[in-house]
Design a protein around this ligand. Structure first.
Ligand code: FDA
Length: 398
């Protein structure tokens, strides 16, 4: 079978690319349905983009790489597409846009855009081998138990990263990239909960509060959640992408920075109030009760018993809680994979490999990783559209 473009992976980026590809396109995926991560994302409502998407929201060895694609297919382009399909949405927080009804609406939208572009989709299909003979790619596919030979002028790597192997994630894109001369940077789990093997937070499991979480120069003001295994919640997921094994993280339990003034005021007005009771007005009571064991703080007496120095020390400790995680939950639960196919070998405009004309790389397989909050899907849409448009231009010229 002879086609123009073979897209490996019917996830967010692969489907978006197919929707923009002119010519004869075949998308393959070993899963039983396309866009499985879209379907489960955002608690089933898919946080499909972020109003404030900008290159600064992405991690990569080359922070400039994402600029071109993000600038040419923006969050507003995707919102216009969602609107054109009549999918209702809302902003939840921090510019994060979610479907009102179901993430399945986004998958259905992409399927219909792919069909409109004339792309075929083969599920339960895997790649057995891929080579280039100097003119075209020759792929051997295994589909529904049968072998099929496919010749294609373009091949798009859209099989994503290593996160959540249970959902079908594999390192296929990295293997093919290496085969065709592209470098692959070290990968690790990102947007992932921290673990503390000593189980020190087990009694606090379920407690959540707003914090400022910091590691190195990165800092995020979002919610933190204690779990049986450690720390999770958006603040922890965000800084996990900046964290390296053995590093300490800093948690500010008073992100608004108002606690010291409040305690001083309360001391003046109601000095006989118990310090612990007063703290429990600002922090979850279960956390306040655990603070002595967790932080070494002594929390006895009434407010009137606390000197200025004692209150300052208390607030300092609460603002600079230093913790060294044992590790993370890894690819098993990570939302994304950091690192990946080195962008230095890929055109930021077309996503085409410099080492092999006709080979394109898009989505999470590349060394481009977004923050939590719809940024990763926006990267999948933008890089998919960039490759699809470049392939269409090339196809028109033939
Ligand atoms: P993606 O993983 O979507 O697709 C890859 C496809 O390739 C899959 O269909 C897979 O089956 C297929 N494949 C893999 N190996 C193959 C092989 N060897 N042969 C054939 N097919 C193969 N982001 C965001 O912006 N907002 C959100 O709300 C969320 N929520 C979220 C929740 C959870 C639980 C996870 C795990 C992730 C998110 N994300 C997210 C991240 C987002 O899902 C992710 O960044 C994109 O799906 C990446 O798109 P890709 O198309 O690159 O890979």
């Amino acid at each position: 079978m002879q086609i123009d473009t073979l897209i490996l992976g019917a996830g967010a980026a692969g489907m978006m690319c197919a929707a923009h590809c002119e010519g004869r396109t075949l998308v393959i995926d070993h899963a039983r349905a396309p866009g499985e991560k879209i379907r489960i994302s955002g608690g089933g409502r898919c946080n499909f983009t972020n109003l404030y998407t900008a290159p600064e929201n992405f991690l990569s060895a080359n922070p400039h790489f994402c600029k071109s694609a993000l600038g040419r297919y923006t969050q507003w382009d995707f919102i216009a597409l969602v609107d054109a399909h009549g999918i209702a949405w809302h902003e939840k927080t921090l510019g994060q846009l979610f479907c009102d009804s179901s993430a399945k609406d986004i998958v259905a939208m992409l399927r219909s855009e792919m069909a409109r572009a004339g792309a075929d989709l083969w599920l339960h299909t895997s790649l057995q081998s891929l080579r280039h003979d100097g003119h075209a790619f020759h792929a051997v596919l295994k589909t529904q138990g049968a072998r099929r030979n496919v010749t294609a002028r373009n091949v798009v790597l859209a099989t994503g990263g290593k996160s959540i192997p249970k959902m079908g994630a594999t390192g296929l894109a990295y293997d093919i990239a290496r085969q065709f001369g592209l470098a692959v940077t070290a990968t690790r789990a990102g947007l992932v909960p921290f673990t503390f093997p000593d189980g020190r937070f087990a009694d606090l499991a379920g407690v959540a509060l707003p914090v400022r979480a910091r590691v190195g120069a990165a800092s995020f003001d979002e919610a933190m959640l204690f779990t049986h295994r450690g720390l999770s919640g958006p603040a922890m997921l965000q800084i996990s992408s900046y964290w390296h094994e053995g590093e300490a993280i800093f948690v500010d339990l008073d992100p608004s920075g108002t606690l010291l003034d409040t305690l001083r005021r309360q001391r003046a007005q109601s000095g006989r109030h118990n310090l612990t009771t007063e703290l429990a007005r600002h922090l979850p009571a279960r956390l306040v009760a655990a603070l002595p064991t967790q932080t070494g703080l002594t929390l006895g007496g009434n407010l009137a018993d606390q000197s200025d120095v004692a209150l300052s020390q208390l607030c300092d400790t609460l603002s600079n809680w230093q913790l060294t995680p044992g590790g993370t939950e890894g690819y098993r639960t990570a939302e994304v994979t950091l690192g990946g196919i080195d962008t230095s070998g890929v055109s930021s405009k077309t996503m085409e490999a410099q080492t092999q004309p006709g080979l394109y790389v898009i989505g999470e397989a590349l060394d481009v990783t977004g923050w939590l909050g719809g940024y990763n899907f926006q990267w999948a849409w933008a890089s998919g559209a960039a490759a699809g448009r470049a392939i269409s231009e090339k196809t028109r010229q033939v």
